[in-house]
Design a protein around this ligand. Structure first.
Ligand SMILES: Nc1ncnc2c1ncn2[C@@H]1O[C@H](COP(=O)(O)OP(=O)(O)OP(=O)(O)O)[C@@H](O)[C@H]1O
Ligand SMILES: [Mg+2]
Length: 822
């Protein structure tokens, strides 16, 4: 039964026979790839939408697909209530006390009941604690509470930072981004602004536009400044003062300032930054399900936050490479008010863009709502998947039919409105109609039992309790950050290892054939500090790394210095070299005036010394410089030179998914065709049997094996079956044989059916064996990485210069010395 695991299909439930009101054996396996054309989930309150979508998010997590979840109602933190052991005491703290009271029982007792209910529920959908365990191990689940410290708070500071270059370069996207940011910000100030007419909107947009075009970040403080002293003198043809006089601008600045100063607003500025890459993967590269609970916010705050988040997702998305497989999910539980048909709230534009462009980047948007009337269905006409639950009003039904009709027209398929109307009328709780443009026909199904305990909205205290262990833990530091801290260490060393005495005011006189360079200063001296230049050997060059097989072709610029100490003969040891972050072209040829000079070894005045040092430097580079790569032996992919292990692992899992989806697609095609032809033969053989047998009641073709009950059937059956017009094909071999007359003709016909049935079983076995191989080959968890080192060839080390480098230090009379170039 676990055969579908890790095959890129989401186990959402079982097909449902609407006529006989009966759930069937056939699994409803949804192809994760199909989600890149997005999904809408509609149904009246209590129809099971959130249950369905939680199920979908659980499946995605098990497949290693991260998600960003926007939760205006508060049900989604239930995703953290997963108890592999399904014990009563696991459930008890989380049960709804009101429900227990209504039943007249204690919390503990109710916990036991709920644990039992969940155990039974899961078992009837062939799931158990071990699957819950797998779910928990597959991803990190976090509840964020913007503007509140109940869960993990979110810092919105970075949201005003300049968007990535790929977005800045797209004038239309940049315009959208600016406009929605400004509208949502003004919304927070209770200013309802028309982007075209409102002065506030035009001014703020101009400020954002000017900063972002230069790649400059903004924050609220800088914005307040800029409102008072705008970066432009004219808006359109008017000069700024007549367009929006200074004293009136001051009022706007004050309003923003009051917002900043308001008690509680500081919580918007602390916590995890709203950086999508981090929201999707943790520091180790594990997928995350980041749930943004916004139920506690006011309406304008919600709109403000949702628009910011959507904009961030859009910016991140545009920086990704293209893919045909699902990469991440954006789920919004109750879309009411954020995507309306007529109005234009700031959330609508980024959502529309995500729906239009997400497909190319593997970003699947899933939107749920009770009221289809509140959806901009034109924006949804390209949505590939519709989950339609029980609808309440005729108006809702009409709107859904209208939407489906639009989808069918877009896909060029036919649409039977009457039949669909009838189907919709028959849907009940947890029964949904799946209309997927990637499938031939809609199919009704019952949602599987979810692994997460659906207790309903969590209280603030409960969210606090859930996230407390997380807050106690260390802050998320990415490996990239860690190495960059490490990389600064040599400078610190240089700081320590410098001689104490403050030198002489005379610069040593050197022969003209010894090149001299002065490292430029950064910053200013502290009190009592004096500028001293100390002699170093300075070497600059380029190292090229090339390895065709490993796809390495990169260069690094090196500018290194080694101190020249003492007055006697000097041996330069390049192992003591410090890399300085200054380009060779920025070195200066003259010192600062009033500087003093450190002790100077005579060897440094001889041209011949530098010839030796140059050779030593080249040798040192050759022996010590390297690029370290990671390799995935199974996928035969190397990391890029500038890629961290975390990012490499994330990339690997995506390419593993792509590989898997491709192979599976081929398998499905191959087996689908074989299966369809076998089904057709069985159908004919059954007809032959039927002809030979009296039309007795029992002989009515009963189900012995339903194709759908097998993995092959569930993965390729629906399409194959509908194509060969067998419908829900059943093999009646066994049933038939029992009721069959002992005539020879019947025997022969029966044998034919039986032999086809065996072929089908063999086909199933073969399919299973092949899918097993796919699973192993593309399981990113099992991927161990090898370390690979690429060293430069001697000829690829180009030393451009080796000369005397004067390194500036700030020094006090007590001999404390600080490098003045960092
Ligand atoms: N897949 C499921 N597994 C177990 N229980 C479920 C499932 N789906 C729904 N339920 C039960 O039905 C209740 C209502 O379902 P759900 O919350 O999903 O409805 P909804 O359509 O999201 O309603 P609303 O529009 O009010 O949010 C849940 O609280 C839960 O008790
Ligand atoms: Mg719901």
């Amino acid at each position: 039964m676990e055969n579908y695991e890790r095959l890129g299909v989401f186990y959402l439930g079982r097909t449902y026979d609407l006529k006989n009101k009966q759930v069937q054996e056939e699994l409803l396996l949804y192809d994760s790839k199909d989600l890149v054309t997005h999904a809408v989930c509609v149904g009246m309150t209590g129809s099971g939408k959130t249950g369905l979508c939680i199920g979908l998010l659980e499946e995605a997590a098990i497949d290693g697909i991260p998600a960003i979840v926007i939760d205006p109602k508060g049900d989604l933190p239930n995703l953290l209530l997963t108890f592999p052991e399904l014990r009563a005491e696991d459930f008890a703290p989380w049960v709804n006390e009101g429900d227990a009271r209504k039943k007249g029982i204690e919390r503990e007792e109710y916990g036991r009941e709920q644990a039992e209910l969940w155990k039974r529920g899961l078992a009837s959908w062939e799931q158990d604690g071990s699957r819950i365990k797998r779910l928990r191990e597959s991803a990190d689940f976090t509840v964020f509470t913007p503007g509140s410290t109940a869960g993990i708070p979110v810092s919105i500071l970075s949201s005003f930072a300049a968007p990535p270059q790929s977005l800045i370069d797209d004038a239309e996207l940049l315009g959208d981004r600016i406009s929605t940011t400004v509208t949502s910000l003004l919304g927070l100030l209770d200013i309802e602004a028309d982007p075209i007419k409102s002065r506030e909107h035009i001014l703020l947009s101009t400020i954002f536009g000017a900063a972002w075009a230069e790649g400059r970040d903004l924050d609220l403080a800088a914005l307040i400044q800029a409102i008072q002293t705008p970066p432009v003198f004219k808006v359109g043809v008017l000069d700024i003062e007549s367009f929006y006089p200074a004293d009136e601008r001051f009022e706007l600045a004050m309003a923003l300032n009051n917002l900043l100063a308001a008690p509680g607003f500081s919580t918007w500025m602390e916590g995890e930054p709203l950086e999508v890459d981090r929201l999707l993967y943790n520091a180790e590269g594990r997928p995350r399900v980041s749930i943004f609970s916004i139920a506690h916010l006011s309406e304008s705050e919600r709109m403000f936050f949702v628009s910011l988040l959507l904009n961030q997702v859009l910016g991140w998305m545009r920086g990704q490479s293209g893919t045909s497989s699902l990469r991440a999910i954006l789920y919004m539980d109750e879309i009411y008010g954020y995507f309306p048909p007529v109005a234009n709230p700031p959330s609508k534009v980024p959502l529309l863009t995500l729906l239009k462009q997400g497909r190319a980047y593997g970003v699947g948007v899933v939107l749920a709502t009770q009221n289809p009337v509140d959806l901009d269905y034109k924006g949804l006409s390209n949505t590939g998947t519709w989950f339609i639950g029980r609808l309440q009003t005729e108006r809702d039904k009409a709107r859904v039919l209208e939407g489906l009709e639009g989808v069918a027209a877009g896909a060029g398929s036919r649409f039977d409105r009457r039949a669909m109307e009838e189907t919709l009328a028959g849907l009940g709780k947890r029964i949904f109609l799946l209309n997927n443009v990637h499938e031939d026909e809609p199919v009704a199904f019952e949602t599987r039992w979810v692994m997460s305990y659906l207790r309903g909205p969590l209280t603030r205290e409960q969210i606090k309790a859930l996230m407390a262990p997380r807050k106690a833990g260390s802050r998320d530091v990415s490996p990239a950050e860690r190495t960059s801290v490490g990389a600064r260490a040599p400078a610190a060393e240089a700081r320590r290892g410098v001689a104490r005495a403050v030198g002489t005011p005379e610069r040593p006189v050197l022969p003209p054939n010894v090149p001299q360079h002065f490292i430029p200063l950064r910053g200013n001296p502290g009190p009592g500090e004096q500028l001293v230049y100390r002699p170093t050997v300075l070497a600059a060059g380029t190292v090229h790394y090339f390895d065709r097989k490993r796809n390495v072709d990169c260069s690094e610029e090196l500018v290194s210095i080694v101190p020249l100490l003492g007055s006697g003969p000097v041996a330069v040891d390049w192992a003591d070299a410090t890399e300085i972050e200054i380009e060779a072209a920025d070195l200066e040829s003259m010192p600062m005036e009033t500087a003093r000079y450190g002790e100077f070894p005579p060897a440094a005045a001889k041209k011949t010394s530098y010839t030796v040092w140059k050779k030593e430097f080249t040798d040192w580079v050759y022996r010590n410089r390297k690029v370290e790569l990671l390799k995935s032996p199974t996928l035969k992919v190397f990391s890029r030179a500038d890629e961290s292990e975390r990012d490499f692992r994330i990339r690997l899992s995506q390419s593993a998914r792509e590989g898997r989806d491709e192979v599976l697609g081929k398998l499905k095609k191959k087996y689908g065709a074989k299966m369809a032809s076998l089904q057709e033969r069985i159908r004919r053989a059954e007809q032959a049997v039927a002809r030979e047998v009296e039309q007795s009641k029992q002989q009515k073709l009963q189900t012995a094996i339903s194709f759908g009950a097998t993995l092959l059937g569930a993965m390729v059956g629906r399409k194959a079956a509908s194509r060969s017009s067998v419908g829900r094909a059943t093999i009646a071999a066994r049933g038939v044989s029992r009721s069959m007359k002992e005539s020879q003709d019947v025997d022969r016909a029966r044998e034919t059916v039986e032999s086809h049935r065996q072929k089908l079983e063999a086909l199933e076995a073969e399919f299973l064996a092949e899918t097993e191989k796919v699973k192993e080959r593309f399981d990113p968890q099992s991927t161990e990485l090898e370390s690979v080192v690429v060293r430069p060839k001697k000829k690829d080390i180009a030393v451009r210069m080796v000369g005397l480098g004067w390194a500036p230090y700030w020094e006090t009379a007590e001999g404390v010395s600080t490098p003045a170039w960092v």
